[in-house]
Design a protein around this ligand. Structure first.
Ligand SMILES: [Zn+2]
Length: 276
């Protein structure tokens, strides 16, 4: 365990042992500037002695790991969990606003058509994850004289994971190529048969059902399933939606890390010596 030390101008020095910090505070040579993590600031000049410190970031969409080390010792370690509720909250807000507009009140034009997204815009949930990484990195840079920052970002080739033999032009020709819309594709994928009763209800009318609510699950084929109208109706009336589960959780995390990783991270962090 270390106490982090700042010089009299507020720039980070090498951390010290708690008993050293206690002595400095007792002699009035330092002030406490931060309790968590415990940081002191020297009141007078110092030699400014520093060692090589490298900061490693293990980027992730659910866990972010950071560790600052010298050749021998780990000086700082932390793990952060970014929020995961942003998409849900914004979807709820959107629903409320939509309801408010269509209620019996004076005419309120919708306000989204005249808004242009600025360059480099990221979805709020993705932006938050990026910000969480940068916040952690900046915090460590304030505590320790870091020389080198290394960020490990995994890049996923999602199409390759799904189809290992994929090559060349096939990257541009997804599974839905040639289908009129997603619904047509889902019906074909499920062989135009109800996936609940496998056709025993004899109902010729087929619906395409959202497994996870459209609000958060979206309209991707993984979230859709073919049901005959009888079963669809029954499932909703008896509240048995939870019995149909999504097969794959999608590649949401992988996609988000792909967005964060490449351009966004390097654009922001390069003010420090960094390798990604
Ligand atoms: Zn059925």
């Amino acid at each position: 365990m270390f106490v982090y030390v700042l010089n009299c101008h507020g720039k980070p020095l090498m951390p010290c042992q708690p008993h050293k910090a206690r002595l400095l505070l007792k002699q009035g040579k330092a002030n406490i500037v931060r309790m968590e993590p415990f940081t002191i600031q020297l009141r007078h000049g110092s030699s400014g002695y520093k060692q090589e410190i490298s900061l490693g970031i293990d980027a992730g969409s659910r866990h972010i790991g950071v560790a600052a080390t010298t050749e021998q010792t780990v000086l700082f370690e932390a793990e952060a969990k970014p929020r995961t509720d942003i998409q849900q909250l914004l979807a709820t807000r959107q629903q409320f606003r939509r309801a408010r507009r269509s209620r019996k009140t004076r005419y309120r034009p919708s306000r989204f058509r005249n808004r242009k997204k600025p360059d480099g815009w990221l979805a709020p949930s993705v932006q938050h994850r990026l910000d969480a990484h940068l916040k952690l990195i900046k915090m460590v840079h304030k505590l320790l004289p870091v020389n080198q920052t290394t960020i490990e970002v995994a890049q996923f080739d999602i199409q390759k994971i799904q189809h290992p033999e994929i090559e060349g032009i096939h990257y541009q020709q997804g599974p839905q190529l040639g289908f009129w819309n997603v619904r047509e594709y889902v019906l074909w994928r499920d062989s135009h048969r109800c996936q609940w009763c496998q056709g025993t209800s004899q109902d010729a009318v087929l619906n395409v059902h959202h497994i996870e609510s459209r609000k958060t699950g979206g309209d991707r084929p993984e979230n859709l399933i073919t049901l005959c109208e009888t079963c669809h109706d029954l499932i909703h009336r008896r509240h048995q939606e939870h019995k149909i589960t999504r097969k794959s959780n999608g590649f949401r995390d992988a996609t988000q890390m792909g967005i964060i990783g490449g351009r966004s991270m390097s654009r922001h962090v390069l003010s420090f010596p960094t390798s990604i």
